[in-house]
Design a protein around this ligand. Structure first.
Ligand code: SAM
Ligand code: SF4
Length: 354
């Protein structure tokens, strides 16, 4: 509403006054709570060698967000039937607000950022993503900047402009059979998902970006043998996920997807892993490993807590700061390390053969 119309209406003026007073109290109260409780527990905090925050009694306090997955958009051009991060809103923060949040995270200890979605290359045809990638590498000097994408919107021009700022690009591929990709929904119209995958793999070599593949194992691909294609594409990592169900995203009444028909048993997942035991870059992620080992930030920069099998949001880091928000994130640092969450992150540290 234009400011002039607000002035014309006394009712709106009153609302404006009340909301301003509320904001001032909320901000003062959250600062007071922070200084009296020392974030999650304790009073003053220090950092241990292991990267945990300790209070003055040497008790662990808040988690440091070393590695963050920022799902800045929920919109996507694909319709994967099992998707666990769906288009529940079309909201994307303005660029400067997103940068402010990333700076807060860096000041709280973030070393690795992974941009995800939705499809991260969809918003402003990859320009928004490119600017964030550039900002994280050039301005914030983060050791590792990565993206996970379905690959369908990536153009060589993007690599020419932003490739130099990107360490790792993961492209999702659940099957090397186009008909199976159609059945899963990992496709747009009749376009070939696999042609894109091979094209991007070549660009990654050319522009010196480490290439990764993510696959979700589900009822449609659980019997497939992907060894030959994976060996040919030779990714630095092949992440193999067991299809995960999250209430409110791909299960339950308010969900936009029904993932139940995609779910496989632990035994089926193990059989898939056994069939691919010769692939040395394979990194398996069972449901148990996945649930709490990712620090997820949604489109409003709220941490999502997946402990209860659904995604419960914290307050936004833009409103209450990183330490207050992270207390509610449910992130399990031990699980993060157990799944090998800390590995070589930066292309500068990688002994790439190209
Ligand atoms: C939500 S997607 C967003 C990025 C991009 N649109 C893509 O598909 O790569 C991030 C990753 O989560 C994986 N994923 C989506 N739904 C999943 C599920 N139910 N279980 C396990 N992994 C899932 C995707 O395959 C992808 O590798
Ligand atoms: S998993 Fe599929 S539907 Fe979900 S965001 Fe990625 S490409 Fe889109």
């Amino acid at each position: 509403m234009p400011f002039s119309s607000a002035i014309a209406s006394p009712k709106l003026l009153l609302q404006l006054f009340i909301s301003t007073i509320y904001c001032i109290f909320e901000s003062a109260f959250s600062k007071l709570r922070y200084w009296t409780t020392g974030a999650c527990k304790g009073t003053k905090s220090f950092v241990s060698a292991a990267g945990h925050k300790l209070n003055e009694n040497n008790e662990e306090t808040a988690t440091i967000p070393t590695s963050v997955n920022y799902h800045f958009t929920r919109k996507c051009n694909y319709k994967c039937g099992f998707c666990f991060h769906t288009a529940k809103t079309s909201f994307v923060l303005p660029l400067e607000e997103a940068k402010r949040g990333l700076k807060l995270l860096k000041e709280s200890g973030m070393e690795k950022i992974n941009f995800s979605g939705g499809e991260p290359f969809l918003h402003e045809r990859g320009e928004f993503l490119g600017k964030l990638v550039q900002y994280c590498k050039q301005d914030l000097q983060l050791p590792s900047v990565s993206i996970v994408s379905n690959g369908s919107m990536i153009k060589e021009k993007w690599f020419q402009k932003y490739g130099v700022y990107l360490d790792i690009l993961a492209v999702s591929c659940d099957s090397f059979d186009e008909a199976t990709n159609q059945l899963i929904g990992r496709t747009q119209g009749r376009k070939s998902h696999l042609d894109n995958l091979y094209k991007i793999c070549n660009w990654c070599q050319e522009y010196k970006v480490a290439f990764k593949i993510n696959s979700v194992i589900n009822t449609f691909n659980t019997d497939e043998d992907m060894t030959e294609h994976i060996n040919q594409l030779n990714p630095v990592r092949w992440k193999v996920f067991q299809c995960l169900v999250i209430d409110g995203e791909n299960a339950g009444e308010s969900a936009l997807r029904e993932a139940e028909r995609f779910v496989i048993s632990d035994q089926q997942f193990q059989e898939f892993l056994d069939r691919h035991s010769s692939v040395s870059c394979l990194v398996p992620e069972s449901n148990e490993k996945m649930r709490n080992s990712y620090l997820i930030l949604d489109e409003y920069m709220r941490f999502l807590d997946c402990r209860e099998g659904r995604k419960d949001p914290s307050k936004s880091i833009l409103d209450v700061g990183v330490e207050q928000a992270i207390c509610f994130s449910g992130f399990d640092e031990k699980m993060f390390l157990k799944r090998g969450g800390k590995y070589v992150w930066s292309k500068a540290d990688m002994k790439l053969e190209w």
